[in-house]
Design a protein around this ligand. Structure first.
Ligand SMILES: Nc1ncnc2c1ncn2[C@@H]1O[C@H](COP(=O)(O)OP(=O)(O)OP(=O)(O)O)[C@@H](O)[C@H]1O
Ligand SMILES: [Mg+2]
Length: 267
């Protein structure tokens, strides 16, 4: 299932963009149904942004795509292969930038980034060093190589997590809230990185974000998840005039300080 052979940013080796298909995906934890019959597909080389209120199931959905969760019903495929199968992770290079960063605190920033290429014996130390330093430079993190993640700010940790994903030279990159905790300039840099990976290297990207500007600015298509259901699927242009009132309210919330829930705050 191949498409668009291209070169990756670090080694210039041939690689191919991959597609993702989510078909009738439902997921329950005990009696709690978190995802309800979700269906959509992401084309090779596409930027797909997933939005939705807190708790709507976005992170759980991403975890299914990288095989960290298994469906209760339905299925997820990456490049036509079952996402839940161990062999898929060996055959398709995918990187998930976790919402929390998920860095190893006992390792320096440098060693966090070098871990994957070392474990997979992708390159020798000199070549790994080049890739790691390049990724740190792209994210303006040159000075942090020898620091522990615990010594960094929240936004710096987020960027280290993205840099670690880049070093993996993914065909499929998934980001969970990549711009939360970042200032507007750094958020724009992240948007540029995601767009560049698409344009120049044909990386497929799935981005979970509350950042409306990011979504409307870089997405090819946007999906909106509410209460575990995919309630909207369309282009950014279509989202500017949403038909579903729930989607309109989510994207353009009104601030109402007279709402009864603020009563208790009044002195
Ligand atoms: N392993 C788990 N066991 C039980 N419930 C879980 C588990 N993981 C997630 N949930 C529940 O599933 C729901 C969706 O969680 P999820 O993390 O996907 O939300 P989200 O859309 O990513 O929210 P946010 O925008 O706050 O990150 C939540 O109610 C959460 O408590
Ligand atoms: Mg989440």
């Amino acid at each position: 299932m191949t498409c668009h052979p291209t070169r990756n940013p670090f080694t210039h080796s041939e690689t191919a963009a991959v597609g993702v298909a989510v078909e009738g995906l439902s997921k329950s934890f005990g009696h709690f149904e978190v995802l309800k019959n979700v269906t959509f597909s992401v084309k090779p080389g596409e930027i797909f942004v997933l939005m939705g209120p807190s708790g709507s199931g976005k992170s759980v959905l991403l975890k299914h795509i990288v095989g960290l969760e298994r469906p209760t019903a339905g299925r997820v495929t990456v490049d036509g292969r079952d996402a839940a199968a161990e062999s898929t992770r060996e055959q398709v290079r995918m990187a998930l930038v976790f919402q929390s960063g998920a860095l190893f605190n006992s390792l320096s920033v440098y060693d966090n980034l070098a871990l994957y290429p070392r474990e997979h014996r992708i390159a020798n130390e000199a070549a790994i060093r080049e890739k790691v330093m390049r990724a740190l430079q792209i994210l303006s993190l040159e000075g942090t190589a020898n620091k522990a993640p615990s010594e960094l700010s929240g936004g710096m940790k987020k960027r280290v997590a993205i840099a670690r994903g880049l070093v993996m030279e993914p065909q499929l990159m998934l980001y969970d809230e990549p711009t939360s905790e970042l200032d507007p300039v750094m958020s724009a840099t992240i948007a540029e990185i995601i767009a560049t990976l698409k344009e120049e290297y044909h990386v497929t990207s799935i981005v979970v974000s509350h950042d409306r500007e990011l979504a409307l600015g870089i997405a090819d298509r946007v999906g909106i998840l509410m209460g575990g259901e995919l309630v909207s699927l369309g282009t950014p242009a279509e989202l500017r005039t949403p038909r579903d009132p729930r989607v309109a309210e989510f994207l353009n919330p009104k601030i109402d300080l007279k709402h009864p829930r603020f009563k208790k705050l009044e002195t």
